[in-house]
Ligand binder design. Structure first.
Ligand SMILES: Nc1ncnc2c1ncn2[C@@H]1O[C@H](COP(=O)(O)OP(=O)(O)O)[C@@H](O)[C@H]1O
Ligand SMILES: O=C(O)C1=C[C@@H](OP(=O)(O)O)[C@@H](O)[C@H](O)C1
Ligand SMILES: [Mg+2]
Length: 166
């Protein structure tokens, strides 16, 4: 079984929010690799970063993404950094991947001071700018469909993703 669609994009793109809405609209389950990772680790993502470090988080993420791509049949949201792994990008080549794009201004507004996102604990705006510049080409590389989300509400974005999948 493979996901109906996999959502990628930087923190604040709306992967979790839009993914849940798209799944509800299509009548399929919603999954979020961050939630699966937290369940497996038995603690929230910020605690994984503090106790075990980012490398341990990435290792767990790689495992959870690979497993979910094989076994999960709904709409799957990835964490924003999952595509940093080359092996993960190769796996994604066989899937329907929707890139929710967002530029700095809206991403910053949406994540605020970065609560729950350890990478944004210091200077969220500068960090997001760096991450966007680093990752934009990688999101584009894995995407089969790109939806621009800047200045748009959740209903409109959800409708465009659903239409693209139908
Ligand atoms: N199109 C949008 N317009 C305004 N706020 C949004 C939009 N999409 C998501 N949000 C808000 O931005 C925050 C981050 O969304 P989330 O779905 O967690 O993003 P991601 O999973 O990509 O990091 C949430 O508070 C969410 O309600
Ligand atoms: O961009 C990243 O490296 C991360 C994004 C987060 O997910 P969201 O993109 O859903 O916020 C989460 O996986 C973790 O905090 C690291
Ligand atoms: Mg998310």
């Amino acid at each position: 079984m493979a996901p109906v669609a996999v959502l990628v994009g930087v923190m604040g793109a709306g992967k979790t929010t839009i993914g849940r809405a798209v799944a509800a609209e299509l009548g399929v389950p919603f999954g979020d690799t961050d939630a699966i990772i937290e369940e497996r680790a038995g603690k929230p993502i910020p605690e994984i970063f503090v106790d075990d470090g980012e490398a341990a988080f990435r290792a767990l993420e790689r495992e959870v993404v690979a497993e979910s791509l094989e076994t999960f049949g709904g709409v799957l949201a990835l964490g924003g950094g999952a595509i940093l792994d080359e092996g993960t990008r190769k796996l994604l080549a066989a899937h329907t991947v929707v890139y929710l794009s967002v530029e700095l201004a809206d991403a910053v507004k949406r994540v605020g001071l970065g609560a729950g996102r350890p990478l944004l604990a210091i200077n969220p705006r500068a960090t997001l700018k760096y991450l966007l510049d680093q990752r934009r080409p990688l999101y584009l590389e894995v995407a089969t469909y790109t939806v621009t989300t800047d200045g748009r509400d959740e209903a409109g974005i959800t409708a465009e993703v659903v239409a693209a999948l139908r």
